[in-house]
Design a protein around this ligand. Sequence first.
Ligand code: AGP
Length: 606
Amino acid sequence: MCGIVGYVGKKDCTKVLLDSLKKLEYRGYDSAGVAVFENGEIKISKSKGRLAVLEQKLQKEGWINGTCGIGHTRWATHGEPSDINSHPHGSARVTIVHNGIIENYQKIKAFLIKKGYTFESETDTETVAKLLDYYYEGDPMAAIQKVLGEIEGSYALGMMFKDFPNRVYAVRKDSPLIVGVGEDEAFIASDVPAIIKYTRNYYLIDQDEIVVLDDGKAGIYDIHGMPVDKELMTADWDMEAAEKGGYPHFMLKEINDQPTAIKTTITPRINEGMPDLSECGMTLEKLSGYQNIFVVACGTAMHAGLVGKYVIEQLARVPVTVDVASEFRYRNPILSDKDLVIVVSQSGETADTLEALRLSKNVGADTLAIVNVKGSSIAREADMVLYTHAGPEISVASTKAYIVQIAVFYLIAFELAFAKGAISEEECRRLTGVLQSVPDLINVVLQQAEQCKYIASKLINAGNLLYIGRGLDYALSMEGSLKLKEISYIHSESYAAGELKHGTISLVTEGMPVIAVATQRELFDKTVSNVKEVKARGASVIFVTHSYKTIESDVAEYKIGLPTIDDILMPLPAVVPLQLIAYYTAVLKGNDVDKPRNLAKSVTVE
Ligand code: AGP
């Protein structure tokens, strides 16, 4: 979704804004723009397309020279991607950039039209700029306060007033905003990677706090204009973590980061061989008191929840319901104070997941967030937080964030099963030990990258694909299918292998690729039977299973062999070839792997 940045300092502001916006490219965008004070005037440059297009435009039409400005990458919501709809927007006196959606913009626009305002763009953002202009009588803070009383929806706004050439104002509600502070310079940004090149020190801005960057310093105020004391945060990772590190794409780097990410996530939560989640206030007593568990998330994070469901139910025998957040929040779920709601989110800013969390808290359920981004809205609002330590995930297609979410679910399942008396201490220790061995196994699976690339070369011309599996393998198939769809643009579906013959098998035609995942040995023969059914109808089968399993040529054309551990832990190594197949298919098709069309990394609108 949109990214906003702002700078006040001594450096070439246009360059700083472009550099910072580049670090927010992962959020997904279709146009970009900057506004910079030059000799007391606000100069704007904006254009549809990538940041490179904006940079060329600036070089051709004239660089804007100044030390104070705001910038934006736009992911279109109101109005198509175009030069006119790109941010910044404004009036003669006010210029703004915005991330979020103003829900009552039509009412405000109608009011402003009656007052004589005219509009250039189709955006909701332009109404905020014009409303600020309407209320502005020489005091920016007063105008901002009045506007905040009228607009509804979500926003992170960066604002400049023509009368104050060295200032940037900002405010947020339900869209992320941080403030970076360096020596004689200050920044606003949607996310930490945007500022990390310049400073590691930043503040997390809370709902409706107003930020003023002035003369290289940052002031933070509450909605009434009273100064607020904030804790200064320090990013615990450096630029390298947000760079490609020699890999051609972030996605490939992030797939290869997975062994380290798992280690970093689980190690601090294992105490003398036993899982220990007490850091977030989750005691054995508390854990064993829950009657039901709900897992609520979107996309890949929801798929991690599906693995969590199988594992918790199998080991701890506690019922788990997994919901897509956008459905959960409107289905009036039956929750009580005896239930635990686990929300899962890489970004910690996904609008539907955040609202599902708020709803759960309102009805009195305990909430636990599994989140990657420190200090994000979901992390701050949940009763308990378990951070995944994957480091920054830049590629839109989530890989390392997914695998560490699953790793955390294992720790929860082991501890819960032990707390409930469903497994012995000895078994809990053993399973925890096997989990600790997984990073090394993933390193072995990563060595099959070339084979995954070869298989990808057989998929690039496919129009449709099926992923099938049973039990945990079905949950994995869903993730494999989503990964392929989002970056290769090949249509694929995932199906419970036993369900195929109830309808979907009619889609199977000569040469249609079917990826069968069969790591659950109890279900292996049953999956093989289902595979034979599609094979008999012409499918070309890729079989993902244990290395030691022999696969006859009447079952599959290609096999990917996995190292063997307990079946319940097999999703961790088994997802890796699915990620690599999706990655190489997208690469071979020449797609923009890290920034697939139409997608945003952080989905801050519902
Ligand atoms: C994953 O590859 C997707 N880009 C997407 O499904 C993502 O997992 C989903 O939007 C949830 O995001 P979150 O984890 O930041 O909440």
